[in-house]
Ligand binder design. Structure first.
Ligand SMILES: NC(=O)C1=CN([C@@H]2O[C@H](COP(=O)(O)OP(=O)(O)OC[C@H]3O[C@@H](n4cnc5c(N)ncnc54)[C@H](OP(=O)(O)O)[C@@H]3O)[C@@H](O)[C@H]2O)C=CC1
Ligand SMILES: CC1=C(/C=C/C(C)=C/C=C/C(C)=C/C=O)C(C)(C)CCC1
Length: 312
């Protein structure tokens, strides 16, 4: 007899990776999942509902959830049958980019409230049930920036590093309860994430930032980042496919990078634990050899660097 479907709660399903993941799980050919696709603003549910098609109301329901609000989390869980979540996907997140001097502490705190404390809030809410049932899976949409810092992304990277440290620590205790944790680490993904950042950057004045730093940001970093998204960016569908595999795995991995084209960059840190290779190479590529960086990124886009690793 087939197992009962597992209830999967996903945060941040109004667009991007969360939306794609919700739809792919809801269309699972073996109907292994009951998806609770959540978003903070239900006014945006149209795209998800259209993409869900016949799954809507069958294997997928839409619910309101703001990860920054205790009340919203409690209200959402109270609407789930038995309050039981088998798989929690912490996907909701926001970015922040720009010279540090020009960013407000309020904007930085919002990044941590959403990306880090938002995930912690949800975990605290579902963990007692998972522990009682001695089963569960917590999936975290982290980032390659949870593994290595990227220039002009200090606060966003810090929020993802915080997630990595928190969930790696928790993973040890939870194995004792048969609960698994998986940190999924995408590189650049072509979603609204980048557009929101570019919009924020186009109107921001970054007050208090010196002209040299502003010029490094606008004239070197932004074009390099655009080039990177263009050449190495993954689709949200591809990232969701990797997460579906992680969720379906009998022994889920603690970490899974999703983008083989980005792995030469993460490898710079992995092969030199002192960190110097990554920092010095990034510095040289950005500030001294922007033309080589452009060429390198184009090279990553073709198949010459593709290694036969995940995702197949
Ligand atoms: N795109 C990329 O290059 C990468 C993204 N990631 C991570 O992937 C995750 C998904 O991002 P992605 O799909 O790319 O971007 P999107 O901007 O398309 O999706 C982000 C989602 O998070 C939601 N969200 C933001 N704040 C809250 C909140 N307080 N409560 C609930 N939901 C909230 C957004 O809702 P709303 O529409 O209301 O704003 C939206 O649904 C994020 O954690 C991001 O850090 C990781 C690596 C790379
Ligand atoms: C590593 C690196 C760069 C930029 C990387 C970027 C911009 C990564 C973006 C990742 C995202 C968007 C993750 C989201 O979570 C530069 C500046 C090209 C210089 C060379 C090294």
């Amino acid at each position: 007899m087939a197992d009962a479907p597992r209830t999967v709660l996903i945060s941040g399903c109004s667009s991007g990776i969360g939306l794609e993941l919700a739809v792919q799980l809801a269309h699972d050919p073996r109907q292994r999942y009951q998806v609770v696709a959540t978003m903070r603003d239900l006014g945006k549910k149209g795209t998800l509902e259209a993409a869900a098609g016949k799954a809507l109301g069958q294997t997928l329901t839409v619910a309101q959830l703001d990860v920054c609000s205790d009340e919203s989390v409690a209200q959402c869980l109270s609407c789930i049958q038995g309050g039981e979540v088998d798989v929690l996907v912490n996907n909701a997140g926001v970015g922040l980019v720009g010279p540090l001097e020009g960013l407000s502490l309020a904007a930085m705190q919002n990044v941590f409230d959403t990306n880090f404390f938002g995930a912690v809030r949800l975990v605290k809410a579902v963990l007692p049930g998972m522990k009682r049932r001695r089963q569960g899976h917590i999936v975290v949409v982290s980032s390659v920036m949870g593994l290595q810092g990227v220039v002009f992304n200090e606060v966003y990277a810090a929020s993802k590093f915080a997630m990595e440290g928190f969930f790696e620590s928790l993973a040890v205790q939870l194995l004792q309860f048969n609960i698994f944790i998986s940190l999924v680490e995408p590189g650049p993904v072509v979603t609204e994430f980048e557009g929101k950042l570019l919009e924020q950057v186009s109107t921001a004045e970054f007050p208090g930032t010196d002209p040299d730093t502003l010029s490094y940001f606008r004239d070197l970093y932004l074009p390099a980042s655009r080039e990177l998204f263009h050449n190495v960016g993954q689709s949200p569908q591809d990232v969701a496919k990797v997460i579906v595999k992680v969720i379906g795995s009998a022994r889920p991995p603690l970490r899974r990078q999703t983008n083989t084209r980005y792995t030469p960059l993460t490898a710079l840190k992995a092969v030199d634990p002192s960190g110097s290779l990554y920092v010095r190479t990034s510095h040289r590529l950005l500030f001294r050899w922007p033309r080589l960086l452009k060429l390198g990124l184009r090279c990553l886009a073709c198949s010459c660097f593709r290694t036969p690793v995940w995702p197949r």
